[in-house]
Ligand binder design. Structure first.
Ligand code: KIV
Length: 280
């Protein structure tokens, strides 16, 4: 019987030199489709601030938002390991705050791991969480919760900043994280970090030589309506398909051809009572 991926499975995938596949998901259909595609991990990311809520950044996402969406993603799936993101200001204050936030995410949404941003500055939080038995995924390089400190959506770790990035990566590993997201880091730097660490790296805009890749669901399926990040390949045109469907619907309603006879209940239809939403 299929069972949920564990940290031991993740270790085995990496040991076999097979790249880890992670994608974000925020709701039932995106999670179910990601599972059907065979991804290893699903991240319920605070990128929902931009992708789902249409905001300019991720800072407005709350712990309750992540808990609600992560609970749906857990409910929709049986196999991928589900990672819940700790939003802005739900762990930065102290290790105690991180423990409280991660505890809610694991107990209420039933995620199997949490992710938080920051290298050395978050190492105490990572240490206390892992000591408490919470699997933690780190995240360094471009960290969206620090977008205003970093001066915008900029590549991180170039030139002399490469040493700082390496120190941050080692701090996250030493604190006990089981994996590390590297976002918008030059390919050669991501390769060097990946070679140096014993935990897997998961790249997004970090080139091909990390232990795995993660993409934001809306970017990869073509649902990002604004600017697409340069590194994010659009593997499908979901917006095009949806636009086409909506236009056809509007045109048929206006032409009086939808609903048709087969889509209208006669008043003596024996099956009519079992043909609604949520019933199969
Ligand atoms: O919130 C998110 O989706 C993320 C990924 C970009 C790694 O942090």
């Amino acid at each position: 019987m299929a069972r949920r991926t564990t940290l031991v499975d993740i270790g085995r995938i990496v040991a076999a030199s097979t790249p880890l596949v992670m994608v974000t998901a925020y709701d039932f259909p995106s999670a179910r489709l990601a599972e059907e595609a065979g991804v290893d991990l699903i991240l319920v990311g605070d990128s929902m601030g931009t992708t789902v809520f249409g905001e300019a950044d991720t800072l407005g996402v709350t712990l309750d938002d992540i808990i609600r969406h992560a609970g749906v993603v857990v409910h929709a799936t049986t196999r991928p390991l589900i990672v819940g993101d700790l939003p802005f200001m739900t762990y930065q204050e102290s290790a105690e705050q991180a423990l409280r936030s991660a505890g809610r995410l694991m107990q209420e949404a039933r995620v199997q791991a949490v992710k938080l941003e920051g290298g050395r500055r978050s190492s105490e939080q990572i240490r206390r969480l892992t000591e408490a038995g919470v699997p933690v995924m780190g995240h360094i390089g471009f960290t969206p919760q620090s977008v205003y400190e970093l001066g915008g959506f900029r590549v991180q770790g170039r030139g002399s900043a490469a040493d700082t990035l390496m120190e941050d990566a080692l701090a996250v590993q030493d604190a006990g994280a089981f994996a590390l997201v590297l976002e918008m880091v030059p390919g050669p730097i991501a390769r060097a970090v990946t070679k140096r660490l014993t935990i897997p790296t998961i790249g997004i805009g970090a080139g091909p030589e990390t232990s795995g890749q993660v993409l934001v669901f809306h970017d990869l399926v073509g649902l990002t309506l604004g600017r697409q990040p340069r590194f994010a390949r659009r593997f499908a045109d979901a917006a095009g398909v949806i636009r086409e469907g909506l236009r056809a619907y509007a045109a048929e309603v206006r032409a009086g051809t939808y609903p048709g006879p087969g889509e209208t209940f006669p008043d003596d239809d024996a099956d009519g009572a079992t043909a609604g939403h949520g019933e199969s």
